[in-house]
Design a protein around this ligand. Structure first.
Ligand SMILES: Cc1ncc(C[n+]2csc(CCOP(=O)(O)OP(=O)(O)O)c2C)c(N)n1
Length: 577
């Protein structure tokens, strides 16, 4: 049998290092998966929802750095890929989406399930190729793979079924992926930066995901400059551990002395960060230098005095050779001290946790952090899970913390953890799920985990509400609305689906329940943790409008006859942090 376009596709993807393709088959994709079966080098991960497959692929691709494929068939199947592909774009994950397409004879006729892939994927995809002729195949597949890997994001190959099963003339499946070059600013720019650093009395550092491979260099620079180091959510896992100068996060999830440090320094070095919340970054009173390998990031969140294009590791390595040591550590000590005091405040609900019912999420998360392995991988749903992950899960050199931090979609954590477990079998993968998030997407594919016996630990923060939005609404000064719902007993649901289910209602059962979940290695576990829906968290820096909004919302709730809820909110958060 002569090789088909679909054979070439899988051969090239396998040669590029793709190990898995997550998705759902059907019509246009049937010849594509038939070729996948013949190829056998790439595993089809048959999921129950295409979006779940993409979130799994995003975690695998982000964590391993290898490209991962996803697939969905023409029309509705393709549409289900979209949210995950946006996530891949924002989180920087190399994903190649194989999108089923209508037969070439039907293109542009508004046929059943027809969708214009160029228009549809425009916002998400870094490159979209539509295969309408077998002669294009090698070139389009090559471009889709290289763009995804080198630009770190999603690309799409749209394949009509008739082209997938057409003979291919050129069957050269070799693919060469060059290693990304090392980027470093020019000597002139570096000299200017060295002068700015040497002239500044106090320097603070604020780092993001761009510091991924540069922990040791940034820590050395901070030590040399007596600079406190703050970080974005994406930077936390790379910069917080083994760093005596770490001062926490700024932003709405913020904690520690980060906000103060970056606002009070004479010079701020922003390293590999595109942190989006301008109101938590300093304005013109602080001199700012931003270094990023993506020139588009420079100056877009706050105006900077100097912008340098470069990878953080080689740039900081070059700086280390040229900047002078600073001797005065008063500024650093002040902000480290603030960080330690804030940490003590954060411990309040952790220490009191065993006696407080309903269970405080702070206590649950801190207990999980203590019991989990040193190389555990944690994933948080967008929602309050992110707050508890940021504040109470301790990172480490080999621990990973991931979520939809830049796209902020709900329901990412369980599929993220599933993808991570497939990529790193046997390593603890733990999803902190919202009850809204879990019922939105994770429930159906719990069956996939059961079938595959994938040991993923899913901990549901069962608070009976879209709690993050509940808090958001109060911050905006409005009465919470459209956020409450009723849940089943998730542990029983999980058991009925063939997973292990553990329900925790008593604070005294938290430790044993989590330990039991972490010890379960033969398949998925769902921990249904009934937590306090009134648990609030405020950032270390509270913007005026947030405080005002809360007060206004409380007043409106009292006037609206919800006095009992106001009392509970106050009663259960007297030590607001
Ligand atoms: C797909 C999607 N829909 C809606 C939102 C807006 N949103 C952000 S957090 C959130 C609430 C999440 O609720 P839940 O999963 O129950 O977690 P909780 O905050 O209660 O811990 C919502 C609705 C979103 N980010 N993504």
């Amino acid at each position: 049998m002569s090789a088909k376009v679909a054979d070439l596709l899988w051969e090239m993807l396998a040669n590029a290092g793709v190990k898995r393709c997550y998705g759902i088959v059907g019509d246009a994709l049937n010849p594509v998966v038939d070729a996948l079966r013949r190829n056998a080098k790439i595993e089809l991960i048959h999921v129950r929802h295409e979006e779940y497959g993409v979130f799994a692929a995003v975690a695998e691709a982000y964590l391993t750095g290898n490209p991962v494929a996803v697939c969905g068939t023409a029309g509705p199947g393709v549409v289900h890929l979209f949210n995950g592909l946006m996530d891949a774009r924002k989180e920087g994950a190399p994903i190649i989406a194989i999108a089923g397409d209508v037969e070439t004879s039907l293109i542009d006729t508004e046929a059943l399930e027809e969708l214009n892939p160029y228009k549809f994927f425009e916002a998400a995809s870094l490159y979209t190729g539509r295969l309408v002729n077998p002669e294009q195949a090698r070139s389009i597949i090559n471009t889709a793979i290289l763009t995804a890997v080198l630009e770190k994001g999603p690309t799409v190959i749209s394949i009509p079924g008739d082209i997938a099963s057409a003979d291919v003339a050129d069957h050269s499946a070799e693919i060469t992926i060059p290693n990304p070059p090392l980027l470093r600013p020019s000597d002139a720019d570096l000299n200017q930066l060295v002068k700015m650093i040497d002239d500044a009395k106090t320097v603070a550092i604020f780092g993001g995901d761009g510091c991924r491979d540069a922990h040791d260099e940034v820590v050395q620079l901070a030590d040399k400059l007596k600079a406190p180091v703050g970080y974005s959510f994406r930077g936390k896992q790379w910069l917080e551990h083994d760093n005596p100068n770490a001062v926490g996060m700024t932003g709405l999830l913020g904690y520690g002395g980060a906000y103060g440090a970056i606002h009070e320094a004479e010079l701020l070095l922003m390293l590999g960060t595109d942190f989006p919340f301008t109101e938590f970054l300093p304005g013109h009173r602080v001199k700012k230098v931003q270094i990023d390998k993506d020139p588009k990031h420079i100056g877009r969140r706050t105006a900077v005095d100097l912008g340098l294009v470069g990878d953080i590791k080689p740039t900081v390595t070059a700086l280390l050779k040229s900047v002078s040591d600073k001797k005065d550590d008063k500024f650093l000590n002040k902000h480290v001290k603030d960080t330690n005091s804030f940490h003590d405040l954060l411990q309040h609900y952790v220490e009191k946790g065993p006696e407080i019912k309903p269970i405080r999420p702070e206590f649950l998360a801190a207990t999980l952090s203590n019991l989990a392995a040193d190389d555990a991988m944690f994933f948080a749903d967008t929602g309050t899970a992110c707050i508890w992950l940021a504040r109470h899960i301790t990172g480490g050199r080999n621990r990973r913390l991931f979520g939809s931090f830049s796209w902020a979609s709900m329901a990412n954590a369980a599929p993220n953890a599933f993808g991570a477990q497939l990529a790193y079998p046997g390593r603890q993968t733990i999803a902190l799920c919202g009850d809204g998030g879990f019922t939105m997407l994770a429930l159906g594919d719990l069956l996939t985990q059961v079938e595959r016996k994938t040991p993923v630990v899913q901990i549901i923060l069962n608070n009976g509400s879209l709690d993050f939005v509940n808090i958001e609404q109060q911050e905006a000064g409005i009465i919470p609305f459209g956020v409450a719902f009723k849940n089943p007993n998730f542990a029983k649901v999980a058991e009925a689906m063939g997973a292990k289910g553990i329900r925790i209602e008593q604070p005294g059962d938290v430790r044993d329940g989590i330990a039991e979940a972490l010890a379960h290695k033969t398949g998925p576990v769902v921990v249904d943790a009934v937590v306090d829906p009134f648990a609030l968290s405020l950032p270390s820096h509270v913007p005026f409008h947030t405080a005002k909004g809360f007060t206004l919302s409380m007043a409106k709730q009292v006037w609206g006859g919800k006095m009992d809820e106001v009392i509970k909110t106050i009663e259960r958060n007297v030590r607001l942090v």
